[in-house]
Structure formats: structure tokens, C-alpha cells
Design a protein around this ligand. Structure first.
Ligand code: GLY
Ligand code: MN
Ligand code: MN
Length: 487
């Protein structure tokens, strides 16, 4: 029995070595040079004599033995490229002197573990991080406890306050929970949400902590995209447009919301996108009035107008594209009237994605057009009437987050933002019944350039006529008939 265990352990160890030699990964992830340059850009924006500390996202439990698919914290990914949990990076504004060599960053990651890798997948470990991500000052997470820096010497310790989102089950040494607890102890910090045990009362609370600065610094870094980022973002958007096109061709009145979602997501995967950037929204008729409707559970779309807000995530970058189409291939008179109004508002707004222009302007333009249009259609009485038919903004940055950080002041070259006006008329609204259950959003992703706005999602038809024309075409999925499995 004992011998058997040794053999299993030896086999696992040898297979771990195999695990590190991956040649089957996509090759177009952000480069290590990108992450290095971004850490340098961060340093340049940090106050003198400061340290910025970033933690990996927590693993979140879905139920019992099943966790949600892991997704790295976007700031952490932006700065490191690391896609595993249980890690912390300290970035110093100036080089730090040490007997063992000077350093300007310290990166603690999860160590290789044959058993864990057999169950849950590859780990880079310290050597992998040094080689693949190019961060030389990398250490096992377990060594973080021995880090003996006098944090009180810094003018500022910058990090984002911790939320109560670190699960406390299935604990492991040097997991994220430990790293955060150790960090708090080292710097003398308590989150507002921390319960303070009696034994902890003597901890000196540091005065050099800044949990607000990160937000502004990262917003400034991330709101303008580099060339490398734009390549990935453009691909995510084009893939999402391809999903919309295929659904337009495949759509028929017997389809369910779930099936429509499946077609989009199938196209994403077919093009190599690893995930969706946010839960897919497919709402037929009245369901489209729920802005973030993700249940997608209606079984038959029939003559509904179907609002489809979905975005592929490609190498971490997410698109955000919405098209609204009639399930039977033809807009009714009322559906078309609302659609055309949203389209007009969107067209006018897109023209204002101009370097130096205010980011709030396209939304104001769209709102004016929509209010005037709603009066003309008799849905509201005056342009000043308060209503909830257009209850959201139009313009947010996209990037590693679908709502990417930014300062939201003026448009700059190489920003990418959504333009997404909408009109939603739920059943029971105070207008003629003929409008009830109509919801339209049109959302495109706009790149700001020296030559004016570029609509990155323009491949997917946008006018009512172009949509009807596309819907008349044959889909590659029309011939896909699966066996009936109902008894
Ligand atoms: N898909 C979320 C949004 O449009 O902002
Ligand atoms: Mn959006
Ligand atoms: Mn959207």
C-alpha cells in the first residue's frame, strides 16, 4: 500500500513536469512586454515613496464541490498576465534596496502542486511565471508570510479595500484568504467590514493607507487602449458581430431564448473566444424591457421583437453588442417605428465620438431625439415629461471589463466605448396598448480615432431593412436537426 502511494506520487510529479510544457495554448495573449510596460506606467503615476498592492480575484463557490469558472481581477491581469487565483503583487514606486538584490516589484503566486493540478488544472508556479510572464521577482505564496518590509516607511500604501468576498471554506495555506490576512497584519490595516477580535485590539492602525487612489490611477491607465489591446478588442467585437449575423439568419418563430443564446455562444467558441464577457441577454417581447434579463427562458419567440445583448470575451477583452430583431423576420409597423427612432438616436450619437468632445454628449443627443420621437408617436405628451422608456446611459468604456474603468470626461484617441440608446415599453405602460411589449436597444462599440469614429461592430446589420434582408438568408444551422429525445 505504502509503495503504491509512492508510485502514484512519483507518477504525479512526473506528470506535473509534463503539465508545464504546454505548447497547445493560443499564442495571441497580451505579451509579457505589455504587462511590464503597464507596470512601469503605473509606477510613473504613483506618489513618491509608495507601494501599490494588488490581489488576485477570489475563487467563488457555485455550489458544493463546484466553483464558478475562475476569472482574474482585470487590474491584476492588466499588470501581470497571471490567470490563476491566490496571488499578490507589490509594486514599488522606486527601486528598493536589499542585501539579496534590489527590486521594484514582488510577486507571490500559487506554487506547483501535483495533486491540485491533477484535479483542477495547470499552474505556472514561480518558474513558469518568470519564464512566461517575465516577472523575475516571483515567489511561492507560502513565502509571503516571511516578507519583512517595514511598511510604515512608505508615505502611501495603495490598494483597493477588501470586500467580504473571500470564501473561507476549502482553505489552503497561502490561499488568497491567508495572503490578505497576512498583508493586513503587516501594514496594520482593518477593513471597515472586519470584525475585530479582542486579541487584535492592540494592532496599530497605519496612517499611510490609501484605498481610494488606485481607482483613479487605473482608470487613467486603462481608458486609452494600446495597439496590442486594440487588436484583441477588435477581434472580440467582430466575433460578436458574427454571432449576431448568424442568429439573424438562423432565427425563426419556434426558437426559444435559450436556443438563440446558444447560437451566439457557439459562434464565439467557433472563433476561439474563450467565454462571454457578461451573462448573455436574450429577451423576447416584454422580457426585452428588463435591461439585464439573463434568465433567457421563454420557450417560443413567435412574433416577438427579440433584444439580444451579448459579447464575446477574447483573450480577456470583451465586446458589448446589441441587436434587436423580429423573430418572424419582418418588423410590424409599431416595432419598426420604435426601431427607427432608436436607430436615428444612435446614428446621431455615434457622430459625436470625436477627440476632445465630452463623453456625456452622445447620450444627451440621443435622449433629445428619443424624447421628440416619443412625442411624435404619441407615447409621451411633451419632451419634458418624466418617463422610464429610456432609463439608462449610452456610453461606457469596454476592455477587460464590459464596463471598463475610465474618467469619463472627454474622448481621447484609442478609447473604445459603447453607444447604446434604447426604448422599452413594458406591458401596462401609460400609452396605447399597441406599443406594449416592444423593447429596442441598438448597441455598437465605437473606436475614437484621429479620423473620427469607427464602428467596430458595423458588420452586424443595423437598419431595419438590412436586418430583414439578412434574416431572409440561409444559415449554416438551418440543416442542423437533432434527434427527438422526448418520450
Ligand atoms: N451589456 C451590458 C451593457 O450594455 O452595458
Ligand atoms: Mn453596454
Ligand atoms: Mn450591452
Amino acid at each position: 500500500m505504502f509503495l503504491k502511494r509512492i508510485i502514484v506520487a512519483a507518477l504525479l510529479l512526473s506528470s506535473t513536469i509534463g503539465f508545464s510544457q504546454r505548447k497547445d495554448l493560443p499564442t495571441d495573449f497580451l505579451s509579457k512586454e505589455f504587462h511590464k510596460e503597464r507596470r512601469e506606467a503605473l509606477r510613473a503615476k504613483m506618489p513618491k515613496n509608495s507601494v501599490a498592492v494588488f490581489f488576485a480575484n477570489a475563487v467563488r463557490n457555485r455550489a458544493n464541490d463546484v466553483d464558478y469558472v475562475y476569472h482574474q481581477d482585470p487590474n491584476f491581469y492588466y499588470l501581470t498576465g497571471y490567470r490563476e487565483p491566490n496571488a499578490v503583487i507589490l509594486i514599488f514606486s522606486e527601486e528598493q534596496k536589499s542585501d539579496k538584490g534590489n527590486y521594484s516589484e514582488l510577486f507571490y503566486v500559487q506554487k506547483r502542486n501535483a495533486m491540485a493540478e491533477m484535479w483542477n488544472g495547470y499552474r505556472l508556479g514561480v518558474k513558469g511565471v518568470q519564464k512566461t510572464l517575465g516577472i523575475q521577482n516571483a515567489f511561492n505564496g507560502e513565502d509571503f508570510v516571511n516578507l519583512s518590509i517595514d511598511f510604515s516607511k512608505f508615505d502611501k500604501i495603495i490598494f483597493t479595500d477588501f470586500k467580504n468576498d473571500v470564501r473561507d471554506n476549502k482553505r489552503d495555506r497561502a490561499d488568497l484568504y491567508d495572503l490578505i490576512a497576512q498583508f493586513k497584519q503587516k501594514v496594520g490595516y482593518k477593513s471597515s467590514s472586519d470584525k475585530i477580535p479582542a486579541s487584535d485590539k492592540n494592532i496599530k492602525v497605519a496612517t499611510n493607507i490609501d484605498t481610494k487612489a488606485i481607482r483613479g490611477i487605473m482608470a487613467t491607465l486603462r481608458e486609452v487602449k494600446t495597439k496590442e489591446e486594440l487588436k484583441l478588442l477588435k477581434k472580440a467585437v467582430r466575433i460578436s458581430a458574427m454571432g449576431q449575423i448568424e442568429v439573424m439568419k438562423a432565427m425563426h418563430p419556434n426558437m426559444s431564448e435559450t436556443e438563440v443564446q446558444g447560437v451566439h455562444e457557439f459562434v464565439y467558441k467557433k472563433y476561439g473566444a474563450e467565454y462571454e464577457g457578461y451573462p448573455s441577454i436574450v429577451g423576447g417581447g416584454n422580457n426585452g424591457c428588463i435591461l439585464h434579463y439573463t434568465e433567457n427562458s421563454k420557450t417560443k419567440l413567435d412574433k416577438d421583437l427579440v433584444l439580444m445583448d451579448l459579447g464575446a470575451e477574447y483573450r480577456g477583452y470583451t465586446a458589448d453588442v446589441t441587436r434587436t430583431i423580429p423573430a418572424n423576420g419582418k418588423f410590424s409597423k409599431e416595432q419598426r417605428a420604435i426601431y427607427d427612432l432608436v436607430y436615428k438616436a444612435q446614428e446621431a450619437g455615434i457622430k459625436e465620438y470625436i477627440i476632445g468632445g465630452r463623453i456625456s454628449k452622445p447620450g444627451q443627443t440621443a435622449r433629445k431625439i428619443i424624447n421628440e420621437g416619443l412625442v411624435k408617436l404619441g407615447i409621451i405628451k411633451s419632451v419634458n415629461e418624466r418617463h422610464l422608456y429610456f432609463p439608462h446611459g449610452t456610453s461606457h468604456h469596454i476592455g477587460l471589463d464590459v464596463h471598463d474603468p475610465g474618467n469619463y470626461t472627454i474622448f481621447k484617441e484609442n478609447m473604445v466605448l459603447s453607444m447604446e440608446p434604447g426604448i422599452y415599453i413594458p406591458e401596462g405602460s401609460k400609452c396605447d396598448k399597441k406599443w406594449w411589449g416592444i423593447a429596442v436597444r441598438i448597441e455598437d462599440d465605437i473606436l475614437v480615432t484621429k479620423n473620427g469614429p469607427v464602428n467596430l461592430s458595423a458588420d452586424a446589420p443595423r437598419t431595419a431593412d438590412a436586418i430583414e434582408k439578412m434574416m431572409a438568408k440561409k444559415s449554416v444551422l438551418d440543416d442542423l436537426v437533432l434527434p427527438n429525445i422526448d418520450d
